[in-house]
Design a protein around this ligand. Structure first.
Ligand SMILES: CCCCC/C=C\C/C=C\C/C=C/C(=O)SCCNC(=O)CCNC(=O)[C@H](O)C(C)(C)COP(=O)(O)OP(=O)(O)OC[C@H]1O[C@@H](n2cnc3c(N)ncnc32)[C@H](O)[C@@H]1OP(=O)(O)O
Length: 276
């Protein structure tokens, strides 16, 4: 039985970050074992090192505690996540850049390969890294009138192979190529048409309820059989990054610290501010 009452377990009270902030909240329903993981870094949930570290720790803990399902959502009804925090890119101090990219790799490996069934409750816009988080889940419910996509080329940057694989595994190679090369952001309605999302929701409550309904499909399925099947299907994709992490990190550092990319990012950030 899925009860609406959510019980906040000890782990949800934990402050995962070294900052005195909770950027990720975890609430586990003790009737169902389903965890709701809420990103809460206003205004746009951009993914900085601290948020990624918290998310990574939360995913590890939910793996260890054998969560029966994970719903990933935003605390805002406007933006699911604006993707990677562009300020992390302009801080070209190599130590932090390395930690930042390594934390992103960790989050993706843990989320993409999580034993629990995962749903992205996309209750807001989801560009770039926000779209990556959504694509890493097994099912996507999205609010109407929002946008989603891997728009990296619009910033003058190249989406890494594992970003591309995450999309390709959902919508296929042809559409992934078109989407990434043009940096296309899809509306919710367009995203449904191409299978980038699975369902449209009216509002966040509706999205959470649809996410819970998806997880109910697994009530009578053996968790072992389910997670092993997921592992067989996703294992190669995960392993392709696990085996190349160092090279991927080097490619990121080389690319992002290049003068050309830095200039482009500056222009992009200014255009975001002017867009107001
Ligand atoms: C060759 C080998 C390959 C090697 C690999 C190399 C490189 C790849 C590296 C990385 C891949 C990159 C992934 C990313 O995720 S990059 C981030 C891309 N994100 C975006 O483009 C989103 C930009 N934001 C928006 O479109 C909008 O903000 C929004 C999300 C639609 C929300 O709109 P809204 O109107 O609600 O808010 P504002 O636009 O007013 O924004 C409020 C506030 O937030 C700031 N902000 C927005 N997005 C970001 C961000 N991603 N990072 C940091 N800050 C962000 C915005 O500037 C405003 O700030 P202000 O101070 O003006 O209030």
């Amino acid at each position: 039985m899925f009860l609406r009452r959510s019980v906040t377990l000890a782990m949800s009270l934990k402050n995962y970050s070294s900052e005195a902030k909770n950027l990720v909240a975890v609430a586990v329903n003790n009737q169902t074992g389903v965890a709701t993981v809420t990103l809460q870094r206003p205004p746009v949930n951009s993914l900085n090192l601290e948020l990624l570290n918290e998310l990574s720790s939360a995913l590890t803990e939910l793996e260890e505690k054998k969560a029966r399902g994970i719903i990933l959502k935003s605390s805002s009804d406007s933006v699911f996540s604006a993707g990677l925090d562009i300020h992390e890119f302009s801080n070209t101090e190599e130590g932090r850049l390395k930690k930042f990219w390594t934390a992103l790799q960790d989050v993706w490996i843990k989320l993409y390969g999580h034993s629990a069934p995962t749903v992205a409750c996309i209750n807001g816009h989801a560009p770039a890294g926000g779209c990556l988080l959504a694509l890493s889940c097994e099912y996507r419910v999205m609010l109407k009138q929002k946008t989603i996509g891997l728009n990296e080329t619009k910033l003058g940057i190249v989406a890494p192979l594992w970003f591309i694989a995450s999309m390709e595994n959902v919508i296929g190679r042809r559409l992934t190529e078109l989407s990434l090369t043009t940096g296309k952001m899809y509306t919710t309605e367009e995203a449904l048409k191409i299978g980038l999302i699975d369902e449209i929701a009216e509002d966040t409550n509706d999205a959470v309820s649809k996410s819970e309904n998806f997880l109910k499909l697994f009530q009578n399925i053996s968790p072992f059989a389910r997670s092993q099947t997921k592992k067989f299907i996703r294992g190669n994709t995960v392993q392709s990054l696990v085996k190349t992490r160092e090279a991927d990190l080097k490619a990121f550092i080389d690319d992002i610290t290049s003068e050309k990319v830095q200039k482009g990012l500056k222009v992009y950030m200014e255009s975001l501010k002017k867009g107001k």
